[in-house]
Design a protein around this ligand. Structure first.
Ligand code: HEC
Ligand code: HEC
Length: 489
């Protein structure tokens, strides 16, 4: 009898414990793993360990060879190069536009950092480092086939193309202008603290080519920071895919999936890694699409000298372009695109800061306890097959590179390949805390609406709702520590 009872007790307590554990897992409780000394060096041997200034993100990865420094510097000057319109006496610099958003990469990615939303209280504040993507739902069977086969990620707005170019060469009207206004949105913590978020709404006017399609979908995006991108490219695809959990089999409420996108040069479907919705598979393609749509410069990936003029924009099509035979019949030769990609792929990530401080330690604990790491996947060992400086590095980018439903609040309602209107790629967190130093602002998220790490967290919804709630229930000092930790990465 005695033994039976204790057996029953044992069985019952096992049941109880597993029920408890299940509940704990749902609410996202996790124990932080022991501190790994490599966390100090988030980009492995590509980590910059020198003094931090406004140029903190502009350093070459220290692990590139002396000869490669040359390529880095050449890539750097192409990144900063101001393109001019055709025809011009300097054929190696012409081809701008005819429609464009900026004359150089660096104009948007200032000090290779992040862009910002214009301040509506400042008259004519620069909109340059942010752009407005456009598209429409598929209208024809052919367009539906394009999307279903992944040959296209969006259907362009028929007159204006895939983004609104608010600048143009002389003699041609720019497409139009967009504007943002904010309404306050108050959030109250369980302990009574209030934070007033700003909810953006967008409007487009001064349209020079007629009305937008009635079903047009807008997606505002700020320029992303450029650090560590070669390392994100060097993560094994399978390593990313093992974290996919589309059907939420582990019942943590979080179901990431990789975007599947078109590789323009290979002519095949690959997983997406770059852009706020992971719409491009490789750095080269991301860069060359920026050359085309943002600056109006053709490359061997997108050889259209007319940039983003659509076939309905006849005045734009009639203008001269800068495609030249000695540059592979485009405006930025294959070698120029290679150099830019080398540069963008080898920008060092600064070392983590304050790692021995009590706030960092406590904040790190809290980060794992509330479950931020279920999307902001801390660490990877990069592929052995990657180019040498990026191969086999232990890195700490804090992203799973997967898409997550972030709720209605952050939705742009504009799909891009597999990413639906509520889904975004988990943003890497390395270097986030250096935004103020480098770019003089603290704006975060895809449209720069958050003005601090705290605001960014409070905008998390959808799959991240439970984690956010857990964060909000933490005592104030714990929340502050968690934010300090994120700002130290
Ligand atoms: C008009 C502003 C603008 C210009 C000019 C511009 N970019 Fe960007 N860049 C952006 C925006 C906005 C995004 C986010 C795009 C998205 O989500 O689709 C971005 C994203 C990127 C990314 C992806 C980063 C990541 O974390 O996934 C790379 C790489 C990049 N740009 C490189 C370049 C290069 C190289 C040039 C010059 C050829 C350039 N950009 C010019 C605004 C700009
Ligand atoms: C369900 C997945 C998920 C969880 C859980 C999650 N995040 Fe995020 N996080 C994202 C995605 C996706 C974005 C990009 C959203 C956007 O730009 O609209 C993001 C963006 C951010 C940003 C802004 C980064 C930038 O470059 O603009 C910060 C900061 C951040 N998260 C911190 C946290 C912290 C801290 C936690 C835990 C309290 C957390 N996140 C939990 C998915 C998640």
């Amino acid at each position: 009898m005695q033994t039976l009872t204790s057996r029953w007790y044992f069985a019952a307590s096992v049941l109880l414990t597993s029920a408890l554990m299940a509940e704990v897992a749902v609410s996202g409780d996790h124990v932080a793993p022991a501190f790994d000394p490599t966390e100090r060096l988030p980009a492995g041997s590509a980590t910059y360990q020198g003094k931090l200034s406004k140029k903190a993100l502009m350093h070459p990865a220290p692990n590139i060879s002396f000869e490669d420094r040359m390529d880095f510097n050449l890539g750097n000057s192409l990144f900063e190069k101001l393109w001019v319109s055709s025809p011009s006496s300097t054929t190696a610099s012409d081809g701008l536009g005819p429609l464009y958003n900026a004359r150089s990469c660096a104009r948007c990615h200032a000090r290779v950092g992040r862009g910002h939303a214009p301040d509506p209280t400042v008259q004519n504040d620069s909109r340059t480092s942010m752009l407005m993507r456009l598209s429409i739902p598929a209208q024809t069977p052919q367009q539906k086939r394009l999307l279903a086969g992944f040959q296209a990620g969006v259907i362009d707005e028929p007159m204006y193309g895939s983004q609104l170019q608010d600048l143009s060469v002389q003699g041609l009207p720019a497409e139009g202008q967009w504007h943002v206004t904010y309404t306050p949105h108050e959030v109250v913590y369980p302990d009574g603290r209030k934070v007033v978020l700003r909810k953006p709404s967008y409007r487009v006017d001064q349209l020079a080519y007629g009305d937008l399609h009635p079903d047009v979908m807008l997606s505002p995006r700020v320029a992303q920071p450029m650090i560590g991108l070669g390392l994100l490219a060097a993560i094994e695809t399978d390593d990313i895919l093992t974290y996919e959990d589309e059907l939420d089999r582990n019942h943590d409420g979080i179901s990431g999936r990789a975007n599947r996108v078109w590789n323009q040069t290979q002519g095949q479907i690959e997983i997406g890694r770059f852009g706020w919705k992971a719409g491009h598979p490789t750095l080269l393609q991301q860069n060359n699409s920026a050359f085309l749509a943002d600056i109006g410069i053709s490359t061997t990936t997108y050889p259209y000298g007319q940039g983003e003029c659509t076939h309905r924009q006849e005045g734009c099509l009639a203008l001269p372009n800068g495609n030249s035979e000695h540059l592979d019949s485009v405006e930025a030769s294959a070698e120029m695109a290679r150099l830019v990609t080398f540069y963008v792929g080898n920008l060092a990530v600064p070392a983590a800061r304050n790692v021995s401080s009590p706030a960092y330690k406590a904040g790190r604990e809290a980060f794992y306890t509330v479950g931020c790491q279920s999307c902001h996947r801390p660490s990877y060992l990069t592929s052995t097959n990657a180019p040498k400086p990026q191969a086999q590095q232990r890195i700490w980018p804090y992203t799973d590179l997967l898409l997550h439903d972030m709720g209605e609040g952050l939705a742009d309602n504009r799909p891009e390949f597999l990413a639906n209107g509520r889904e975004w790629r988990t943003a890497p967190l390395w270097g986030v805390g250096l935004t103020e130093l480098v770019n003089g602002h603290n704006q975060l998220l895809h449209d720069g609406r958050a003005r601090s790490v705290e605001e960014a967290i409070l905008w998390h919804g959808g799959e991240a709702e439970a984690v956010k709630q857990h964060f909000m229930q933490l005592p104030k000092t714990q929340r502050e520590n968690l934010i300090r930790f994120v700002e130290s990465l």
